[in-house]
Design a protein around this ligand. Structure first.
Ligand code: HEC
Ligand code: HEC
Ligand code: HEC
Ligand code: HEC
Ligand code: HEC
Length: 179
């Protein structure tokens, strides 16, 4: 009798082995195919350091809506032209600010920081109401000599958002963050 059962066991062992192999292959594929952020290319070599530390500008001079709306927003080229109507400094990208303005075209900045579409976030709640510094989430932008090319908010997963909300008595209702 034992001879007729052996092939059955072998088939079962083969099936278990194949399943384990498939599971391992899937795990490897999952890890290696998960989208990884890659650096974007920005249109002009903008330096926060030159403008914030050098020209003593405030973050909200350019990111106008940061204290009153969900989105911080980017400055229109018209605003840059308040100073760049006349050449400023020697940097080779500086004249390009005027070139965009003369063509009547906005500078096509690529927005880098973005939460998944199902998450609602508001700058006003954190900057105006919770009195948080930009640096708590974005790092020391006043020292940035080159444009932002990689997301800075990777540390803000759901656990981190909720841990601070718990600590500071803000709402952890699912529908506050997922609308
Ligand atoms: C309050 C005046 C002012 C405003 C507004 C301003 N800039 Fe400037 N910017 C300067 C000055 C002054 C320099 C030259 C600094 C130097 O070379 O020491 C400069 C330099 C630059 C440079 C050369 C980069 C470098 O590393 O020196 C670029 C590019 C530039 N600005 C882009 C912009 C853009 C884009 C905006 C709008 C979002 C803008 N600027 C708004 C004053 C201004
Ligand atoms: C509590 C964390 C937090 C703080 C504090 C914070 N930000 Fe943000 N910022 C984010 C997140 C998260 C995003 C992405 C938002 C999204 O996808 O809806 C973002 C996106 C941005 C963007 C790009 C898109 C846009 O228009 O909103 C700019 C510019 C920006 N922040 C500037 C600022 C400035 C300036 C300050 C300080 C005055 C600041 N942030 C404070 C978390 C923060
Ligand atoms: C003179 C105008 C100007 C000032 C002042 C300024 N920014 Fe910006 N900011 C820009 C421009 C233009 C960009 C797009 C190019 C880049 O990434 O540098 C930008 C991009 C950013 C981004 C990346 C947004 C994204 O997700 O793509 C953050 C974060 C940011 N700024 C924060 C700050 C903070 C914090 C301050 C004050 C310490 C500040 N900015 C002051 C003009 C300005
Ligand atoms: C370091 C602390 C901290 C972090 C991190 C933080 N928050 Fe908040 N958040 C607050 C505080 C404090 C408030 C309450 C502000 C007030 O109304 O006084 C708030 C308010 C909010 C509100 C508005 C709630 C309402 O309806 O009034 C939303 C939405 C929100 N946060 C989403 C997020 C998301 C999404 C993240 C992560 C990406 C996040 N927050 C990360 C501290 C934080
Ligand atoms: C303070 C803000 C906040 C609250 C409150 C919150 N979430 Fe989230 N949630 C997030 C953020 C931010 C992400 C995106 C995380 C990421 O991409 O790393 C997320 C992601 C998710 C996801 C997708 C998971 C994934 O892997 O992409 C689900 C499902 C979810 N939340 C369900 C809930 C439920 C259910 C609740 C209520 C118990 C809740 N969330 C409360 C901020 C919040």
């Amino acid at each position: 009798m034992s001879t007729s059962r052996k092939p059955g066991r072998r088939v079962a062992a083969f099936c278990v082995g194949a399943l384990l192999f498939a599971a391992a292959a899937c795990a490897v594929a999952w890890v290696s195919l998960r989208p990884r952020p890659h650096p974007v290319v920005q249109p002009i070599a903008f330096s926060h350091r030159v403008h914030v530390s050098g020209e003593e500008m405030e973050c909200a001079d350019c990111h106008k809506r940061v204290g009153e709306s969900p989105h911080a927003t980017f400055p229109p080229v018209k605003y840059c032209m308040q100073c760049h109507e006349e050449p400023q400094g020697e940097h080779p990208d500086e004249p390009r600010v005027r070139e965009y303005a003369q063509r009547g075209q906005e500078i096509p900045w690529v927005r880098v920081n973005r939460l998944p579409g199902h998450v609602y976030f508001s700058h006003a709640s954190h900057v105006r109401d919770a009195k948080m510094e930009c640096a708590e989430c974005h790092g020391a932008m006043e020292d940035a000599e080159a444009p932002v090319t990689l997301p800075q908010i990777g540390h803000l997963d759901m656990g981190t958002c909720m841990a601070c909300h718990r600590e500071r008595g803000a709402s952890n209702d699912c529908l506050r963050c997922h609308k």
